[in-house]
Design a protein around this ligand. Structure first.
Ligand SMILES: Nc1nc2c(c(=O)[nH]1)N[C@H]1C(S)=C(S)[C@@H](COP(=O)(O)O)O[C@H]1N2
Ligand SMILES: [Mo]
Length: 534
């Protein structure tokens, strides 16, 4: 039988071609995700995120063992192992693709979900972080869809015995067929090589782009700021499970910006220019700020896009230099009423001059919770202004302050239909119980946060069903610039209940129940939940 040896040698070829297709497709996808995360200056690429997830999911004693074995090389080794693992799985997917492209693509998509989850676990609150893994998967699926059929063509169909009615022996036809497969195989190899080279170039470019982030991270780590992380005042935090901690950890701090690529600015390259309607133009370097001495303040930032009950609000301790002092030195003209601030990536905000010159702690902030700002939150310097929504005040990566008049400019979001003025509206939120949950009859803790930055919270009231408004107990308020926790111990009776909350600030204003959307200057309405008591 002449076909026997041919059959034996064909099996491994089939596997090799399949594995090649799988590995090359995955490499193209991973390279794409490296390029995107590098171009966007994200802190970790999907591959690194997966490696870090592996570390997190590995029992501590195994890690200690590995570290004692490998020393400082544990990270590169882990990344190499992760890549090898991905290569093995991708090779199997490629072999599978010769049988069923759909099944293989299904596995790739599942791998994509793992990448997204790893990235999700590692970074915070900007949907841009998902672009890298998602584009990566799309590219991998696309390359697989092209290469898998090419591989199938390059493989001879399974040999079969001629049927009794067929004329035996068609040597010419078989030779043609083999030549055909040879050609297809060569084509496949060329295509796979091209994709592989492309992946190396694209992935390498991604790593080069990621380098500026790495340099900034290194500079950031080396900074020794004359500040210390101070714990939140104990009396401000009721420490109730499910209620947002009074002080938000940097990793949990909400993040909103228009920057796809996070600006990478070394402290030594940073400066801010203060100019416009002033007597003296002032330019400050990072060192100038440090030399002036840093002031600390707890300030709750809030996004104008925060819906009633939403989470686009966080509280941190900021360290920086008061903008009022800098403006006083510059000498502001009496007919100015606004400051137009611009970021390194040309985002702009218009802030009422008064908010930057009165006694509040509007600052050029260099640190958050005792640590230099993270690139995502504006490293090396950002603005923070108590009492104003971020879109009119909290310019990250700030490089320019022009003292001017509101009738002479319009800023990024005011160009897009949002109000020129954006004082934060007094609001309150129920954190526990969660809406739609089931609770047991008896004492139920209803608790959350309320805020009226730079005015202060005077009172928080809770209403059960159609009952009376009853006062909640308030935690301490170390500063009127931060939010305030509240708690109400409710004697819950069986049935379904609606719970609403409203705050009154120290100006005497009580939150309106009128529901207003976030556009153009912030939402209003009472946060209302529904619970089932059994
Ligand atoms: N450079 C720059 N600064 C910016 C923004 C931006 O898009 N670009 N967004 C602003 C908005 S809308 C808000 S709510 C706050 C959010 O700050 P955070 O991401 O540190 O929470 O930053 C402000 N500063
Ligand atoms: Mo915002």
């Amino acid at each position: 039988m002449r076909t026997q040896p041919a059959l034996a040698s064909r099996r491994p070829t089939r596997r090799w071609l399949g594995a090649l297709v799988g590995v090359v497709s995955a490499a193209a996808g991973l390279a794409t995700s490296e390029l995107v995360s590098g171009a966007f200056h994200q802190r970790v690429s999907p591959v690194i995120a997966v490696s870090e997830s592996v570390i997190r999911l590995t029992p501590g004693w195994v890690i200690e063992h590995v570290i004692s074995l490998l020393g400082h090389r544990d990270k590169p080794v882990l990344i190499t192992l992760t890549l090898l693992g991905l290569a093995v799985v991708s090779a199997l997917v490629g072999i599978l693709s010769l049988r069923s492209i759909l099944a293989a693509q299904g596995v790739f998509m599942a791998m994509g979900v793992v990448l997204v989850l790893a990235v999700h676990a590692r970074l915070t609150s900007s949907s841009a972080i998902y672009i890298a893994p998602v584009l990566g998967v799309v590219v991998a699926l696309g390359v697989l869809a092209v290469l898998a059929p090419m591989a199938a063509n390059a493989l001879p169909a399974a040999p079969r015995e001629p049927a009794p009615w067929e004329k035996p022996g068609r040597p010419k036809g078989r030779a043609d067929e083999f030549e055909q497969h040879d050609l297809s195989r060569r084509r496949l190899l060329v295509a796979a090589a091209a994709v592989a080279v492309g992946a190396v170039v694209v992935g390498g470019t991604g790593r080069v782009l990621a380098h500026s982030r790495a340099a900034v991270e290194a500079a950031r780590r080396k900074l020794k700021l004359p500040i210390a992380a101070r714990p939140a005042p104990v009396s401000a935090d009721l420490k109730i499970r499910g209620v947002a901690p009074w002080m938000t950890g940097v990793g949990d701090f909400y993040r909103i910006d228009t920057a796809l690529a996070i600006p990478q600015i070394l402290p030594r390259d940073w400066q801010v220019r203060v100019h416009g309607m002033v007597d003296r133009e002032i330019t400050l370097t990072y060192q100038d700020l440090l030399d002036r001495g840093l002031k600390e303040a707890w300030i709750t930032l809030c996004c104008v896009s925060n819906p009633v009950g939403g989470g686009l609000i966080s509280n941190a301790q900021w360290s920086g230099v008061r903008i009022a002092d800098v403006l006083a030195e510059a000498g502001v003209h009496p007919d100015a009423d606004a400051v137009l601030s611009t970021s390194a990536d040309n985002w702009t905000a218009g802030t009422p001059l008064a908010a930057l010159t009165d006694d509040r702690d509007a600052m050029f902030a260099v640190a958050m919770n005792g640590e230099p700002l993270t690139p995502e939150h504006g490293f090396p310097v950002r603005m923070v202004v108590p009492g104003l929504y971020g879109y009119v005040s909290a310019t990250k990566w700030v490089v320019d302050l022009e003292v001017t008049r509101f009738d002479r400019f319009s800023a990024f979001w005011t160009d897009r239909g949002w109000s020129a003025n954006g004082p934060i509206k007094t609001e309150s939120r129920i954190d526990v119980p969660s809406s739609g949950s089931n609770v047991k009859a008896g004492e139920v803790i209803v608790a959350g946060v309320a805020w009226a930055q730079h005015t202060g919270i005077d009172k928080v009231e809770v209403r059960i069903g159609a009952g009376e408004w009853v006062e909640a107990k308030l935690a301490a308020e170390p500063t009127i610039d931060s939010w305030r926790q509240w708690v109400y111990r409710w004697s819950a009776t069986p049935g379904r209940h609606e719970i609403a909350v409203r705050a009154t600030d120290t100006s005497g204003y009580t939150q309106t129940g009128d529901r207003v959307d976030v556009v153009p200057n912030g939402a209003t309405g009472w946060d209302t939940i529904s619970v089932q008591v059994s």
